[in-house]
Design a binder for this molecule. Sequence first.
Ligand SMILES: C[S@@+](CC[C@H](N)C(=O)[O-])C[C@H]1O[C@@H](n2cnc3c(N)ncnc32)[C@H](O)[C@@H]1O
Length: 500
Amino acid sequence: MSGIDLAAARHVRQVLLDSGFTADGLLGALGPSAYAALGRGEPVPARRALAERRDALASLVELFVLGAQVPVDRARRTLPLEELTALGLVDVGPGVTAVVDVRPYGESDTDWYVVSDHGPDSAGHESAEVAVDHVLGVGGASLTLAQITPRRDVPRALDLGTGCGVQALHLGRHAVHVVATDRNRRALRLAEVTAALSGQEWDLREGSLFEPVAGETFDLVVSNPPFVISPGHRYTYRDAGLPADDLGRLLVQQAPAHLAEGGTAVVLANWLHVRGQDWRDRVAEWVAPTGCDAWVAQREVQDPAQYVGLWLRDAGGSPGDEQDRRYEAWLDELTDMDAEGVGFGWVVLHRGGTEGAGGPRIEDVSTFPRLPRGDEVAALLSVRAGWGSHDAVALLAAAPVRPPGLRLLAEDRAGDGGGLQTWPSRASLADGWRPEVLLDAVGAQLLRSFDGATTVAEAADRAAAVHSLDPDDVRAGALIAVRGLVEDGLLLLAAAAPAH
Ligand SMILES: C[S@@+](CC[C@H](N)C(=O)[O-])C[C@H]1O[C@@H](n2cnc3c(N)ncnc32)[C@H](O)[C@@H]1O
């Protein structure tokens, strides 16, 4: 990449930190109510909270958060104006204005700065349609990807379609070498400033999809790509210019060639719900040729009108004939594809996890209580990778243990004549991301038996005796139930279980 003035960036970072221009600093200066209002896009309470202040923090908030003009003499007195200008962050005219959006961002123990273009509805800026090479700030999809990505220490990580660099920031904490690519040169330029202002260094490369990393492999690949299924190629940040949902398929099928042994790819995607086709079959076709273990989770489904409306609003612009014309053309295209809806979610590929995994796991998680965290995703991958060494014989000999926080609720309900009937028991994890699982009487008894000393075979035989069932049938059912419970985190296969 071109190279920016790193000394200037280091100095500006120090000024931003010293001024309290951090997530905690802003909360302290504005107070919880004005801070929360900012998060809702309401700048007035923050303006009032800062009305009496003329210090560096006030200047920074006015410039970068409220989109206001700061008088040149005050900006010069409180901020390193030459360096801010040299880094392309502000423009000095009759007053000083922000050229880009600079936001404090970070994990609980970091202070980073994300540099992006102003959004269509940013404070202080007219609501207007964004430019074709618009560089997106941190959005809902960015946060989803950041949250679900497994965070083990790795030598090499790739952020494909880095934009403002938000994923690369997270990767920078646990990857020795971070490669960040983008097709949009402006995005790379802003990502470079994001890295420098956040005290990180990445290997930034320009190019489409995996072109810039041809022949290279990574331990972790993440991508929040331009996945929107849209006519044409209007905005680089969201439109790949490929037919239908081909971008997701292409990324998923090209990723394995860039995964080191044991490596993981986490890719956000949209997929079509085509009339007469189960969406699971569609994404199963994406992952089938990868040779990797795959987990696909659908977090949201929208009907065509919801989908088009959302993405038209996302790019800004005013309602009117032109917007209606685009709406029509977009709906026409989705109709031509026989689309009943569009799914959003993630595809996780794990190289080396195929053996014994029993095919991809493809599920709808749209009603689940929350998103999984990276450690929960890592646990699922690791369990699935372990099935190769847990064939039926080994699993019957294993002695699983209930995880801390497991809740197992049994319920009796009075039927018509007042007699009590036992309803399916419900198992869940306190603060788990998955909803409760319903268990029949045998399943509940199995779960109650697992204390780390009782094997699956023993528990199954005991359940067969109690319920007068055929032991072979119960053992077969127990294997399926245990695999499901372990993948759902409701049962742990102790590392030392006699499985081998
Ligand atoms: C939705 S934004 C995501 C930005 C950021 N990674 C995040 O998580 O918020 C998608 C990014 O992919 C880039 N992009 C678009 N087409 C691309 C392509 N063919 N190859 C690589 N990057 C591309 C865009 O310029 C944009 O920065």
